[in-house]
Design a protein around this ligand. Structure first.
Ligand code: KIV
Ligand code: ZN
Length: 390
């Protein structure tokens, strides 16, 4: 049986771009949008068109440029927002309006100073209005993570009746536990009349470091879309990281879930977004961090040199990384030194390696990392006669 497809909704250019200091101009957004399309994302959330003329222009240009993906514009449940978004995405081959409203009691009371019935009516009216412009309307129930499940189910049922094709269940504050978020999806699957007409979508924030776990729990429990960003960038602690959810589904085939993503472009796309946004990727970031396939302790290095799978659950080539790296530090062993020395042209006998290794440790205690140029110096000052093969 074929795997169930999980749609990847990329919001790097909308939620991702809300990071302070990461503002992109239209030209930069177009380059990223083109790459996201090539990467195979299903939906590109290109921006929030009412927010500024610049954002309107970016969404509109992206809508003209993108060949395969759906292009989506965000709105509040406000008629003017919806009209402006509809105008911005009108040239898209596959346009989508993403409209919604806060549904938690906290949002209803403090943000809207309203009540549940009024919010439900506003949600329905927004979906109906968006539907008058485009067929594909996604509804978000902001702060769904902290919304009472019975009320959330009522809102979902009403907006499906009004024409919503996708139901976004955001954990806006990153508060949920994976079991809780998964249970919410299951509850909606089991209690919303007409749910088979809509796709449930995960939109998780990373305030407690659970965005990826929550999204995976969501799809295990019936959601079929994940909203995410390259490198997990986004408001505060960020959004679900695209590369993480994609590779989790690939590396766990028994989940029977997959995406259209060409994973070989993940690393390069990560570098591109990091460069354009001026936002450094933490070295220990899963999948795309500079240390994700680097081994530095002697025991691990020895294992990886004997068989990569001893300490790697993924082939780096699958995510576009050329090879695993064996980093030489004072914690490295003889196997790693012999391996790296061989790479730069020295085939060391066992006795030679013993001598060079002693010299190496003295260098390594003075330096954080031993580079190829250092290896030459170490071998040459080791007082052994040696032939190189380069
Ligand atoms: O986190 C959130 O709730 C959002 C919505 C606007 C979709 O980004
Ligand atoms: Zn968000």
């Amino acid at each position: 049986m074929g795997k169930d497809k999980v749609h990847i909704f990329d919001t790097t250019l909308r939620d991702g771009e809300q990071v302070p200091g990461c503002k992109l101009d239209t030209k930069q957004k177009l380059v990223i949008a083109e790459r996201l399309d090539e990467l195979g994302v299903d939906i590109i959330e290109a921006g929030f068109p009412i927010s500024s003329p610049g954002d309107f222009n970016s969404v509109s240009e992206i809508a003209k440029l993108v060949k395969n993906a759906t292009v989506c514009g965000l709105t509040r449940s406000v008629r003017k927002d919806i009209e402006v978004a509809a105008e911005a995405i009108k040239s898209a081959k596959k346009p989508r309006i993403h409209t919604g409203i806060g549904t938690s009691d906290s949002h209803i009371t403090h943000k809207f100073k309203s009540n549940r019935e009024d919010i439900l009516e506003r949600a329905v009216a927004a979906v109906k209005y968006a539907k008058s412009f485009v067929e594909d309307v996604e509804f978000y129930a902001e702060d769904a993570g902290r919304t009472d499940n019975d009320y959330l189910a009522r809102v979902c049922e009403a907006v499906i009746k009004a024409g919503a094709t996708v139901l976004n269940i955001p954990d806006t504050t990153g508060y949920c536990l994976p079991e809780e978020y998964g249970a919410k999806m299951k509850y909606l699957k089991e209690n919303v009349k007409g749910i088979e007409k809509a796709i449930l979508s995960c939109h998780c924030h990373n305030d407690l470091g659970l965005a990826t776990a929550n999204s995976i729990s969501g799809v295990i429990n019936g959601a079929r879309q994940i909203e995410c960003t390259i490198n997990g960038i986004g408001e505060r602690a960020g959004n679900t990281s695209l590369e993480e959810v994609v590779m989790i589904m690939r590396q766990h085939p028994y989940l029977n879930l997959d995406t259209n993503i060409n994973s070989k472009l993940l690393y390069d796309t990560s570098l591109m977004v990091s460069d354009k946004m001026g936002m450094v990727v933490q070295p220990n970031k899963a999948i795309v961090g500079s240390n994700a396939f680097a081994h530095s302790s002697g025991i691990h290095q020895d294992g990886v040199i004997k068989n990569r799978e001893t300490y790697e659950i993924m082939d780096p080539h699958d995510v576009g990384v050329n090879e695993s790296s064996i980093v030489l530090t004072a914690r490295s062993g003889r196997a790693a030194l012999a391996y790296r020395a061989k790479n730069v042209g020295y085939e060391l006998t066992k006795n030679q390696l013993d001598v060079v290794y002693e010299n190496f440790l003295k260098f390594a205690d003075r330096k954080k990392e031993i580079l190829d140029t250092d290896i030459h110096k170490i071998v040459e000052t080791s007082n052994i006669s040696i032939s190189t093969f380069t």
